[in-house]
Design a protein around this ligand. Structure first.
Ligand code: PHE
Length: 530
């Protein structure tokens, strides 16, 4: 037959009522030595809410056995084991006696005590047993302590503590007396008020079950924010606190013009080929750059916010954006060189620039925003956190789509040192100190720097972002003044989220393999602030 595991459910509330009938007050530590005080408290609260019992909480000391004294209670003191061995084996060696389950130090101590007790004595090369039987008082004493969890002789307690045979711990226990509604059993309780009870008046006499205000509520089936969205909210706050406004990044498809050419990325750049970019085949071609009414509306709102933050005057006289001129400038700066640059000097293809792509970085949007800024150049700070797409081999740390956090700062007279200081402040807001910068290359920034942070958990330097000062070849074709400088930096949202939530495989965070339980139950995030 298959053994069936039976759940032993003890009716503790009934046991408390039974015991109280004959003993009052009841001391839970002594009267229920084998039940945890937590369980007892739950039973007492049940009875207390019905005024059937009253109780007081007491902090009591409990004397507890150690591993060593538990072994003694189990099968005898060390001296007893030594005597027993001497008796059974007709003598034991003076040195090196082994007793199963007892470390050598215990055996040695037991041997000393056995000699002092005159339980064994030296006989030639051996120790032999002296009396035929002995009384193991130490074991008896410890057994008593195990049962009562207390010891009356204070001096003895100090002694046993010193010998590491007992420890003293504090526990909560309860002293229980009968309450005004005490009865030998919990009376039958009514849980629902019915129309009948109201009609016939029986509700007046009914014994209603009291509400349990300590009970946990039922689990709610509610929505939950994805960890990425929680970390995103933290980053948005960091940006908002520093005077950034959010760029509208709602469109994932853009033309090569905004994603690459306007950023001075040459048309033969390896990042543009099939390896890294998802090209759209339908429709086959984008329109030439022009303002998009929906996005313009969002940009208007963004600009209004930015002006407020920087206390800049309302738009006064502005230079309207001229998309034809911009187009020509971009063509020229690539093909022949312009604005003091010798350019790339290759035939710039209009078809290539009008190919539609899934944007490979949010810098495509920053470009758009900067082109708008050229209408009325002034100090401004912009950020965005949104999705980008790269045609990459998917593995534990790479997905074909991820989120970029991007910041752009435009002002006059900015320097590279200022960017480094800004980034140090920015990353310190999420608990990353001691940045290191490594010279890098982006077609659209010069100089460019990779940002490294020391990850205490991983114990190594990890790349956390990319940054730089946008090139004149990008800014001047837009019409931004020569003395305006623009910082840019970008990092992934996934990297800090994975670190925060201890996720090592990006596919556990994003995509079809994500465990919904993980999404629902993970904690709110606090980027460590200082
Ligand atoms: N676009 C860069 C990237 O995708 C990030 C970046 C933004 C770098 C702005 C410099 C300036 O990694």
């Amino acid at each position: 037959p298959v053994p069936v595991l039976e759940k032993q459910s003890r009716n503790l509330t009934q046991e408390v009522l039974d015991k109280l009938d004959t003993k009052e007050p009841l001391q839970t530590a002594e009267d229920f030595p084998d039940v945890s005080q937590q369980e007892i408290k739950a039973a007492l609260d049940r009875l207390g809410s019905r005024s059937m019992v009253k109780y007081e909480t007491k902090e009591t000391e409990q004397v507890l056995l150690t591993e060593e004294s538990e072994a003694i209670v189990q099968d005898g003191s060390h001296e007893f084991k030594v005597w027993e061995a001497a008796k059974q084996q007709g003598g034991i060696p003076v040195k090196g006696l082994k007793i199963e389950g007892r470390p050598d130090a215990w055996v040695k101590a037991g041997q000393g005590t056995a000699i002092r007790n005159k339980w064994i004595k030296k006989d030639g090369e051996k120790f032999v047993a002296v009396p035929d039987s002995v009384e193991d008082t130490v074991q008896e004493e410890l057994k008593g302590i195990q049962e009562t969890k207390s010891i009356s002789d204070a001096k003895r307690l100090v002694d046993l503590k010193k010998r590491k045979l007992v420890t003293v711990g504090k526990v909560l226990a309860y002293s229980v007396t009968k309450g005004p509604s005490y009865a030998k059993e919990i009376p039958v309780e009514v849980t629902d008020l019915t129309a009948d009870m109201l009609a016939d008046g029986s509700w007046k006499e009914a014994n209603f079950k009291p509400y349990n205000f300590n009970a946990l509520g039922a689990q709610q089936n509610a929505g939950a924010l994805h960890p990425l969205m929680k970390v995103r909210a933290e980053f948005r706050n960091i940006f908002f606190n520093q005077g950034f406004v959010e760029m509208p990044t709602g469109h994932f498809v853009d033309s090569g013009f905004w994603n690459f050419d306007a950023l001075f990325v040459p048309q033969q750049h390896p990042a543009r080929d099939m390896q890294d970019t998802f090209f759209i085949s339908d429709p086959p071609k984008a329109d030439r750059p022009r303002p998009d009414p929906d996005t313009e509306k969002q940009m208007d709102a963004m600009e209004a916010g930015s002006r407020k933050l920087f206390a800049t005057d309302d738009k006064k006289e502005t230079k309207p954006r001229n998309y034809e001129e911009y187009w020509d400038n971009i063509k020229k700066v690539h093909q022949e060189g312009a604005f003091g640059s010798i350019g790339y000097r290759y035939p710039w293809s209009e078809d290539e620039t009008l190919r539609l792509v899934l944007r490979t970085h949010t810098t495509a949007v920053s470009t758009w925003v900067l082109h708008r800024l050229a209408e009325d150049p002034r100090p401004a700070r912009y950020f965005s956190i949104d999705r980008v797409f790269r045609n990459e081999t998917v593995d534990a740390t790479h997905l074909a789509e991820f989120h970029q956090i991007e910041g752009v700062i435009a002002d006059f007279g900015l320097t590279l040192g200022g960017l480094m200081k800004f980034l140090e402040d920015f990353f310190s807001k999420m608990g990353i100190e001691n940045l290191r910068f490594k010279p890098a290359y982006n077609p659209y920034t010069e100089p460019s720097m990779e940002i490294f942070g020391y990850h205490v958990g991983l114990g190594k330097w990890v790349e956390i972002g990319n940054s730089g000062m946008f090139r004149p070849e990008m800014l001047e074709p837009m019409g931004l003044p020569k003395n305006m400088r623009v910082y840019g930096f970008g990092l992934s949202l996934e990297r800090p989220t994975m670190i925060k939530y201890g996720v090592s495989n990006i596919r556990d965070l994003l995509g079809h393999k994500v465990d919904l339980n993980f999404i629902e139950s993970n904690a709110a995030v606090r980027l460590d602030k200082n």
